[in-house]
Ligand binder design. Structure first.
Ligand code: PLP
Length: 348
């Protein structure tokens, strides 16, 4: 196996920088379950400020943030509406069904973004045999939609209608800050339409572990119950919370670099015959290798032999992600490798 030199697999693969590690090592700690960990408390305050929410809770993963939100908002037999591409639907081992007894109503949006009319027609009636429409989930940015950004107007209209109809709104904001970077609309502006918001620290922010879930005081009080029940209550969690705090303080502004790198990568890929590149709005670059006559799996295999790794979505679709651990010169190098591999495949 050739070692991977340029890893575009995901923004989750970043390792904590030396400075982040030093900050984590120095973090004051206490028992998080007693709310006595100063570093966790500091992070929670920062999250509340950033998202404009009353309270927040630190959790070991983004998946747990989503699953606790579903558990607090819904009862067994409820239904939640989301785009068919949603992370909650595909990559959380059917947790909503297993842990909360909740059914998913998938909508077929465009690039992960559905319309208000689609949403409206998904809301159930009030007959005794109807599932109860309870929750609407919006993924900002939409990962499998192509790193696409939900427009603020669409969010506002959909959340307003949801509230009118007695539904609650949850944002899967794993990459909310990538949307903020692209549009310069604040995280608070996006968040104010939602009853709960999750942000991830282990993606673009480069922290090793964790996510936070934010909402009203009453919502977070309930979330604490399920943090214990789902096994997510920790002890001296300040050490990992400090990684998240460091990420918020030092790595938010640099997301713009990732997005410039994504544009650079996409522009280069568009010049390679046989590749079909989707529009790029943030740090996720999706492209299709059908024109080369091989699968995404096979293409990635060839790239890996040259020390470059991407992520195989399915069939012929590939995702390449820019992040803290990939420099501009590495993007150029990756392009050279992809170009050479594509040329070699075209010759066969
Ligand atoms: C990564 C991700 C999650 C889950 O976060 P983890 O920290 O990996 O558990 C949820 N939603 C989206 C859109 C994601 O990309």
């Amino acid at each position: 196996m050739v070692p991977i030199k340029i890893d575009l697999y995901s923004d989750t693969i970043t390792r904590p920088t030396q400075a982040m590690r030093a900050f984590m090592a120095q973090a004051p700690v206490g028992d998080e379950q007693q709310k006595e960990d100063p570093s966790v408390n500091q992070l929670v305050e920062m999250v509340c400020d950033l998202l404009g929410k009353e309270d927040a809770i630190f959790l070991p993963s983004g998946t747990m943030c989503n699953q606790i939100a579903v558990r607090v908002h819904c009862r067994a037999g409820d239904e939640m509406i989301m785009d068919q591409t949603a992370h909650v639907r595909h990559y959380e081992t059917a947790g909503a069904a297993a842990l909360s007894g909740v059914q998913i109503y998938p909508l077929i949006g465009q690039r992960g973004i559905f319309s208000i009319n689609q949403f409206q027609s998904a809301i159930r009636g009030s007959h005794a045999y109807d599932p109860r429409s309870r929750l609407i989930l919006i993924e900002q940015t939409s990962n499998m939609g192509g790193g696409s950004v939900w427009p603020l107007d669409a969010i506002r209209d959909i959340c307003d209608l949801a509230h009118q109809k007695g539904l609650v709104c949850h944002m899967d904001g794993a990459r909310l800050f990538n949307a903020v970077t692209a549009t310069r609309i604040s995280a608070k502006e996006y968040s104010k339409h939602f009853d709960s918001v999750f942000i991830d620290f282990s993606k673009g922010l480069g922290a090793p572990v964790g996510g936070a879930l934010a909402g009203s005081k009453a919502f977070i009080q309930e979330a604490w119950r399920f943090k214990h029940q789902f096994g997510g209550a920790m002890r001296q969690a300040g050490i990992i919370a400090a990684g998240a705090t460091y990420g918020l303080q030092h790595h938010l502004d640099r997301l713009v670099e990732d997005q410039e790198h994504a544009q650079l990568l996409a522009a280069g890929l568009r010049n390679i015959p046989g590749l079909n590149v989707e529009p790029v709005e943030t740090n996720l670059v999706f492209f299709d290798v059908a024109g080369l006559g091989l699968t995404a799996e096979a293409f990635n295999h060839l790239l890996m032999q040259q020390g470059v790794r991407v992520s195989v979505v399915e069939g012929t679709r590939i995702r390449a992600v820019t992040h803290l651990d990939v420099s501009r010169s590495q993007i150029k190098e990756a392009l050279q490798v992809i170009n050479a591999v594509a040329a070699q495949v075209r010759k066969i």
